[in-house]
Design a protein around this ligand. Structure first.
Ligand SMILES: [Zn+2]
Length: 443
């Protein structure tokens, strides 16, 4: 007996080797939280299922994965525009974050999760403050998350201990949907002793580390001038790279950094909309892939990206990489879809668990309406997914075998209440006192 049967769907299949196929007219059977069968229509008996969803020719694909965000920052959406990266941090973001109260993280996380569920994003690697509130929100929303409580080096050992307790409280919680990571902010905000202590702590706890690194070529240059090694080499020397690591951005990775990362359990989170908006440069995605370093799609926070829309990240990555390589033949549809699915799963530590609609995988999948005028006729479903599909085409979202959005209706969250709660705090959140900062950007 199956718990859920999705009937009459096309299924996106991406192989480990980046080959893509669309299996037309299939049924998908789910038992508990895993996919148990993907078979041509008519093979699985409907009487063997407790619940049936008629997909009517929609496309089933793995739920999208956001490999680096600060989801609760949606509460500051639109407050830092048309400014340099230095001003973005020092005059906007870090003063604004001094307004942050614990409850804001809860409601902000819920708002961001609602936005992501509506866009078919079923997993997120999040990096923020007051993460118990974020974990509570994930538990309620029914999504999957890799959560890290951000620490700056100057907060010291006591804060590292506090985030350790967070990990002990939440590792494997929500029926295994939550994994917990250590999250030192970046090599330029954490000194070597603090990074070494974090790496040691990650070894003791058996967890990974989620960190910003080499966010621009200028940061790499500054590190080389100040101390003769790159920021990624700093992570190597402090032991961080021995752990499974999510490296946010790594735009400034040098060729030797890339070779090093290929030998470490590290993955790179790639957030092209933020890079374009803040003119941060182009990440060496093609070189990472050629070296075997997994790359995953990301949005970063909504103050630099404005949305948490992974479709947009997918499309912008494809186009910016073609542009950077001066070749429309680079970054093919198959490669982009591999990055969006299996490779992103690997970056968040869930390789061969999520990122494929195949028997044995966790049942995190979405049904995408392909009936819109903007995608018809369907000469190439896969090209449409990258270059034409809109987040609002996602109709139904399933995580861990549970339907959490059906026909665009959120089933776990009350969106109106969430928006009302966040709106109430708008004036307090937008207050900005430049002398009041949680940190200073000076790489
Ligand atoms: Zn970030």
């Amino acid at each position: 007996m199956y718990d859920l049967l999705i009937q009459n769907t096309h299924v996106l299949h991406v192989s480990h080797g980046s080959e893509i196929r669309v299996l037309r007219d299939h049924d998908i059977a789910i038992q508990a939280n895993r996919i148990s069968a993907v078979e041509p229509v008519g093979t699985i008996q409907p009487s063997d299922a407790r619940q049936i969803i008629q997909a009517d020719g929609k496309l089933a694909m793995p739920g999208l994965i956001n490999t680096h965000s600060h989801v609760p920052m949606v509460i500051f959406r639109g407050l830092a525009e048309d400014v340099s990266l230095e001003k973005w941090f020092n005059e906007y973001m870090w003063p604004l974050e001094s307004n942050l109260q614990e409850e804001d993280v809860y409601w902000g996380m819920l708002l961001g999760l609602a936005e992501m569920i509506e866009a078919g994003v079923t997993s997120v690697a999040d990096h923020y403050f007051y993460m118990d509130q974020a974990a509570r929100a994930v538990q309620e929303a029914g999504t999957r998350a890799a959560l890290g409580w951000v620490v700056f080096g100057n907060q010291g050992q006591a804060m590292l201990d506090r985030t350790t307790q967070f990990i002990e409280r939440w590792q494997g919680a929500a029926g295994g949907r939550i994994t917990a990571w250590l999250a030192p902010h970046a090599p330029y905000t954490c000194d070597d002793d603090f990074l070494s202590a974090s790496a040691q702590r990650a070894r003791d706890l058996g967890v990974g580390i989620h960190i910003h690194v080499a966010e621009t070529a200028a940061q790499t240059q500054a590190s080389l001038e100040k101390r003769g090694i790159t920021p990624i080499r700093v992570l190597e020397e402090t032991g961080v790279l021995e752990r499974p690591t999510i490296l946010a951005h790594a735009i400034g990775a040098t060729p030797s950094d890339i070779q090093l990362l290929a030998e470490r359990p590290a993955g790179v989170a790639h957030a092209p909309k933020t890079y374009l908006k803040l003119a941060m440069g182009s990440a060496p995605v093609v070189a990472f892939r050629e070296a075997g370093v997994p790359v995953g799609l990301a949005t970063d926070g909504a103050v630099s990206n404005n949305t948490l829309d992974i479709w947009e990240s997918m499309r912008l990555m494809a186009m910016t990489q073609k542009q950077a390589q001066a070749s429309p033949e680079m970054m093919t549809i198959a490669q982009v879809l591999h990055i969006a699915t299996r490779s992103s799963a690997r970056v968040v530590g869930l390789a061969d668990q999520i990122g494929a609609v195949e028997p044995g995988y966790l049942a995190d999948l979405i049904l995408v309406d392909m009936g819109g005028a903007h995608v018809q006729p369907l000469h190439s479903i896969t090209a449409s997914l990258i270059y034409a599909t809109r987040a609002s085409d996602v109709q139904t979202v399933i995580v861990d075998g549970k339907v959490i959005m059906r026909d665009r209706k959120l089933l776990t969250l009350n969106k109106e209440e969430i928006i009302q709660q966040v709106s109430q705090a708008m004036r307090r959140l937008a207050r900005r006192v430049p002398s009041q900062r949680i940190q200073v950007y000076n790489p």
